[in-house]
Ligand binder design. Structure first.
Ligand SMILES: Nc1ncnc2c1ncn2[C@@H]1O[C@H](COP(=O)(O)OP(=O)(O)O)[C@@H](O)[C@H]1O
Ligand SMILES: [Mg+2]
Length: 435
């Protein structure tokens, strides 16, 4: 094999497609190849003997110093990648400029050149063009950022979908139960009606029969002989007539009480189910709140102090009677939650295009696990006979029908706040259909 001559090697170094620069410990240039000349525009005779920092005023001098020092002192090679320092030499990009890479990205390697006597007098700086890789990596990073932004957006959309689906399920459930309730209410209403009317007649008849028995007894008392009287007394005693008389009246009263309760439940069910009874007009919510308070005053006056904090609100497009039903349920619920000396705040106000009515109490609060179930029909924590669990589901469907929202926040032991949000005017049918 023939030995490669020095001129050949030098020629290779001159023409190789990477920067080759020899530097002494003062960073003065001792060799300058074509790559450096072409990219910097400095011919070898301009560069040789000059300090690198003089030739490139932008060159980060501390960086260069550190690299040189570490090569001279530690006699190791030193490397600096384009990621750490993208453009140590201010070269224009060597590849066709695609708009993004204005400057050449460079990797720089410094390695010591040990001479025959073992001393290191020069360091070689080898500079490679890393623009292609850098551009690819930067593009990739950009794509990655885009992708993860898209992924976040997708996650957000999925969450919204889930929420919407939950809402949809809830309103489907409400609608189904509403139909069921309407049917049940209708079916119960008839038998309850005739049992009620029969019970009324029964009471009248029983009163008459007792009056008749009284008259018989009075007649026997007046005109009968002793034998008849004592036989009657024995019969009365055997039948326990006094008890019968008092208990019959009591039984009838209790039955009527029970029927009243059934009637109230039927009315609740009816209201809950056909929420389409009355008319839309501009409702004065303060008037509605006040009249509702009047209706239920008996039920709440011993329990709660009512504090009105009415704001300045316009009339809203609504079915007033139905909103009153909402207010009634919220206020009665609040009063049920109160202990001794509790308070109920009734607030109104408006934010943007919405009006709110807030019912706050300082009662027992609602356990976190129940918060999600409040609006389910028949969900109640109250003893049988006291709660039907229909109040809030009715309120929910009425507010929904008004294109409003019913919000709740509660802290156990501190109290509960229900807020009814209503639009001032109802959206037009077309808007609702396209929404
Ligand atoms: N202001 C409130 N404070 C505490 N609990 C409440 C309040 N309002 C409603 N609740 C809870 O929500 C449940 C459902 O209320 P509702 O639908 O009106 O039915 P009901 O009052 O017949 O139980 C109640 O049983 C109660 O547990
Ligand atoms: Mg209730």
């Amino acid at each position: 094999m023939s030995e490669v001559s020095s001129p050949t090697l030098i020629s290779i170094l001159q023409q190789i497609n990477m920067g080759v620069v020899l530097l002494d410990d003062q960073a003065r240039v001792h060799f300058w190849n074509d790559f450096m000349a072409v990219n910097s525009g400095l011919r070898p005779e301009q560069a040789l003997g000059k300090a690198l920092c003089e030739l490139f005023p932008d060159l980060p001098e501390p960086w260069l110093r550190k690299k040189l020092d570490s090569v001279f002192m530690l006699e190791n090679m030193a490397f600096s990648s384009w990621q750490q320092r993208p453009h140590p030499f201010n070269f224009a990009g060597s590849r066709p400029i695609t708009g993004q890479a204005q400057k050449m990205f460079q990797n720089a390697t410094f390695f010591p050149l040990r001479e025959a006597d073992g001393v290191i007098r020069l360091v070689c700086l080898a500079l490679t063009d890393a623009t292609d890789i850098a551009m690819q990596q930067l593009e990739l990073a950009e794509l990655n950022a885009l992708l993860s932004a898209e992924k976040e957006e997708q996650a957000r959309l999925i969450k919204r979908l889930e929420e919407t689906q939950a809402q949809l399920l809830q309103s489907e459930k409400m609608a189904a139960i509403g139909q069921l309730a309407a049917g049940v209410a209708h079916e119960i209403n008839n038998p309850v009606g005739f049992v009620n009317s029969n019970l009324g007649s029964l009471k009248g008849y029983v009163d008459e029969v007792f009056a008749l028995i009284n008259s018989y007894q009075a007649l026997i008392e007046q005109h009968g002989n002793e034998a008849l009287k004592s036989e009657l007394a024995a019969l009365n005693k055997k039948a326990d007539l006094d008890f019968l008389i008092s208990d019959l009246a009591e039984l009838i009263r209790e039955s009527q009480g029970g029927l009243d309760r059934v009637k109230r439940i039927v009315v609740d069910l009816r209201d809950f189910s056909h929420v389409d009874s009355s008319e839309w007009n501009m409702a004065d919510l303060h008037q509605g709140l006040d009249s509702t308070l009047n209706v239920i005053w008996n039920e709440i006056k011993y329990r709660a102090d009512i504090i009105k904090e009415y704001g300045d609100i316009p009339a809203v497009e609504a079915i007033g009677a139905q909103l009153n039903q909402v207010f009634m349920n919220l206020i009665i619920n609040a009063s049920h939650a109160l202990g001794e000396g509790g308070h109920i705040w009734l607030r109104t106000g408006q934010v943007d295009d919405e009006v709110f009515v807030q019912v706050q109490d300082d009662g027992c609060g609602i356990a976190a696990e129940n918060l999600g179930r409040l609006f389910e029909p028949f969900f109640t924590t109250k003893p049988v006979g006291k709660g039907t669990g229909l109040g809030l589901s009715l309120a929910y469907s009425i507010v929904n029908k008004h294109h409003g929202r019913l919000e709740v926040s509660s802290v156990v032991g501190q109290g509960t706040t229900f807020t009814v949000w209503l639009p001032k005017t109802q959206p037009k049918a077309a808007e609702v259909a396209s929404a």
